[in-house]
Ligand binder design. Sequence first.
Ligand SMILES: NC(=O)c1ccc[n+]([C@@H]2O[C@H](COP(=O)([O-])OP(=O)(O)OC[C@H]3O[C@@H](n4cnc5c(N)ncnc54)[C@H](OP(=O)(O)O)[C@@H]3O)[C@@H](O)[C@H]2O)c1
Length: 280
Amino acid sequence: MAEPIRIPEITLNDGTAFAELGLGTYKLNGEEGIAAIEAGIGSGYRLLDTAVNYGNEREVGEAVRRSGIDRDEIIVTTKVPGRHHGFDEAIASGIESNGVLGLDRIDLLLIHWPNPSVGKYVETYKGLLELRERGIVRSVGVSNFTIRMLEELIAETGTAPAVNQVELHPYFPQAELRAFHNEHGIRTESWSPLARRSELLEEEGVVALAEKYGVTPTQLVLRWHTLLGATPIPKSASPERQRENADVFGFDLDPDDMDQLSSLERGRLWDADPEHHEEM
Ligand SMILES: NC(=O)c1ccc[n+]([C@@H]2O[C@H](COP(=O)([O-])OP(=O)(O)OC[C@H]3O[C@@H](n4cnc5c(N)ncnc54)[C@H](OP(=O)(O)O)[C@@H]3O)[C@@H](O)[C@H]2O)c1
């Protein structure tokens, strides 16, 4: 078997280690899902992204146990769904996820969507902080939060989340939000970093740049994320594509080429503006 790829680490604002690139697991379910996630760990992925709503926390926990890699080397992220918003509800949700994962603790727990019309994301966040106090969760973060919502969390609790996981790809580079994250020490994590394999990877400009660097379009785009200072979590069910996606740390991109990729901006691809889009 090929050597695992070494994915560099950074340090989060709470002092814990985090990876510069991780594995998305949406749709990796059942035995096939376990095998795919285990293959990812074998290729070198140490950051795994799941959620209650993906229905595969059990699979992620099982893949970690089967991998033979020291549990403490792996960073498992899961997410509290909209239907579990509220202080007590979030605590119960985290405790349940921890049981399903079966890995002693959750490394990073996120609020999956803010659901502003419900009006409970601050209470939910306080529930996550309580889980951290109790040692059930190591790091606390959010997903799909806007600058306004982050400001509210910081004002209400004095604690900036360690991570904000948001839609981010060359079609939606999120420059303003990333600048805010940088000011507050919040790590940007990119969901759908490949724009879910839309036409992005076939864009003429993307293909030409990939040729210039002697990499694949996917590798070019993932390197763009890491050089922006974001952690992409590409999902792939295929061990070959997982390896291709992780193998992006051996080249750099010129600033002009970074800008060229960012200039593909056209906005959110799925109309999921967190001020309006809600998920339960
Ligand atoms: N917080 C949130 O609200 C939220 C929302 C969406 C997603 N997420 C997280 O982000 C993760 C990634 O996002 P995503 O799954 O939506 O999209 P993505 O990672 O941008 O794209 C995944 C798609 O690209 C394909 N692919 C992967 N590597 C490839 C390669 N090297 N060449 C060609 N095709 C490739 C995959 O197919 P194969 O599997 O066949 O390779 C899959 O169809 C999710 O799995 C989930 O963990 C979070």
